[in-house]
Design a binder for this molecule. Structure first.
Ligand SMILES: Nc1ncnc2c1ncn2[C@@H]1O[C@H](COP(=O)(O)OP(=O)(O)OP(=O)(O)O)[C@@H](O)[C@H]1O
Length: 453
């Protein structure tokens, strides 16, 4: 008998331990909802000591705002198990499952309830929703085109370029435009002029590769009367003088002969120049935009471009990305040119989906200019309304059908990368990033590592 009692006592102690070590709050009441037993977790949800809670009725506690609604109360009301989310004192949310225990006559004898903290899950959910909102915002910005003076783009790279354009246009500094042939450097130069305070003033451009050396000098600086037999006896204004108050765009600056580079440096530094054959210096108020598709640094190294001029014009460089690196823009540009040429040639041409696919996979070494020219040719030469793949030039038909390099997954990854790195730059701690973005520290650390590499 003594053994039995001892074993029962041991068993009881073990059950007490299980009761106490549970992660869930456990609460036992009688059939009226009066608390008979509870563990510390359950008491802590009510912000009460265990001893204070024992003997209290759940309905009274509900009235005092300790929790609401009472799951035990609902079990008494409905006579069966209930599961519900309860708001507990201190702004917490808890998930409660309460079960009736029946006696041999089928009447409720006890009610046991199990409670789990939901606040953390709710908090994570809230953070996730906020992050989702943020992601959607980035996704929208990412995919939606921005438009500046007739140039629009959906590409992140090009949007960055256009942002620089916008910022630099407002200040009066000279600008160097860098990018492959046909990317739109002249277009950007025009935009800079139009966005600047000089917009009502002259805008001239000259292609330094298109004219022989002697002519460029005259074109740029003009000449004094009587300088050239057959020349205008009154002399001729150069482009610098003609652009006074406005903007002069010097395209293909890398092709400017060395002795004219020296003259240009003088103009840029002193803001004055001397016409060919002239003796006096004329003052100038001209914004100078230069552009090149050459690698000027290499040209400096091989002695083809003056280093001092290079440093002087390279203060505000703007890089315009190649079309193959902003494939998101190809279809919009194709559509824009198609409309323009349809209107111009009185046609109603459209493109088959296969044609558009080829546009996306082709590498467009000649960039926007090449795309524009191809579309003009297709509009002019097409006999049918819908242009088919076979109507395309062979070199475009042969382009490998690799899909556009921006899949949804990549877009999302880019968005995630920008958010993660931005937060990491601010917080400099994977713990803080994790907390801010509502993800686990392990996930944050893994992503930071992935995107930093
Ligand atoms: N974003 C754009 N939207 C519409 N048309 C564009 C755009 N970018 C370029 N183009 C058109 O593409 C053609 C080539 O552009 P542009 O002459 O500006 O290129 P570029 O970089 O100056 O070329 P190059 O290096 O040969 O001087 C032009 O007909 C221009 O109107």
């Amino acid at each position: 008998m003594a053994d039995k009692v001892k074993r029962l006592q041991e068993l009881n102690a073990e059950l007490e331990n299980v009761f106490e070590y549970s992660f869930e709050g456990i609460l036992l009441t009688d059939a009226d909802g009066t608390i008979m037993k509870l563990n510390n977790v359950s008491a802590s949800f009510m912000k009460l000591q265990k001893e204070e809670a024992i003997g209290k009725n759940v309905r009274d506690l509900e009235k005092k705002g300790i929790f609401s609604p009472s799951a035990v109360g609902k079990v008494i009301e409905y006579g069966k198990s209930v599961e519900l989310v309860q708001s507990a004192i201190g702004g917490r949310y808890v998930y409660v499952r309460a079960k009736p225990i029946f006696d041999e006559n089928g009447k409720i004898n006890r009610i046991v309830s199990f409670t789990r903290d939901l606040s953390e899950i709710m908090l994570l959910k809230k953070q996730l929703e906020e992050m989702e909102d943020e992601l959607n915002k980035y996704r929208r910005n990412f995919l939606e085109p921005i438009q500046i003076k007739g140039i629009s783009s959906r590409s992140e790279k090009m949007k960055e370029t256009l942002n620089h354009v916008h910022k630099l246009a407002g200040v009066n500094s000279d600008v160097l435009l860098l990018g492959e042939t046909g990317v739109g450097k002249s277009e950007i130069a025009r935009v800079i002029h139009q966005l600047s305070s000089r917009k009502g003033k002259p805008f001239y451009m000259i292609n330094c590769a298109a004219l022989p050396e002697s002519l460029i000098e005259v074109e740029l600086f003009g000449y004094k009367g009587g300088m050239f037999t057959g020349g205008d006896p009154g002399g001729k204004k150069g482009l610098f003088e003609a652009s006074d108050g406005g903007t002069l765009f010097l395209d293909e600056i890398g092709e400017l002969p060395l002795h004219l580079q020296a003259k240009l440096l003088h103009v840029i530094q002193e803001r004055q120049f001397r016409p060919v054959g002239g003796t006096e210096q004329l003052k100038l108020d001209v914004r100078i935009i230069t552009a090149t598709n050459r690698n000027l640094r290499e040209m400096v190294q091989s002695g083809l471009f003056r280093e001092d001029l290079y440093h002087r014009i390279n203060i505000f460089p703007i890089v315009i990305p190649a079309l193959r690196n902003r494939k998101e823009d190809i279809l919009d540009l194709a559509h824009q040119f198609l409309q323009e040429f349809n209107k111009f040639y009185h046609k109603q041409i459209t493109f088959s989906p296969k044609v558009l696919e080829k546009f996306l996979s082709y590498s467009w070494e000649g960039n926007v200019r090449e795309l524009k020219n191809v579309i003009e040719r297709l509009v002019v030469l097409s006999d049918y309304t819908v242009v088919q793949e076979s109507d395309l030039p062979e070199y475009i038909q042969e382009a490998s059908s690799a899909p556009s390099d921006l899949t949804l997954k990549e877009i999302l990854e880019e968005v995630e990368q920008s958010i993660i790195l931005k937060e990491y730059e601010k917080e400099n701690s994977s713990y803080k990033v994790a907390k801010k973005l509502g993800i686990s520290q392990t996930a944050a650390a893994r992503k930071i590592k992935k995107y930093l590499e």
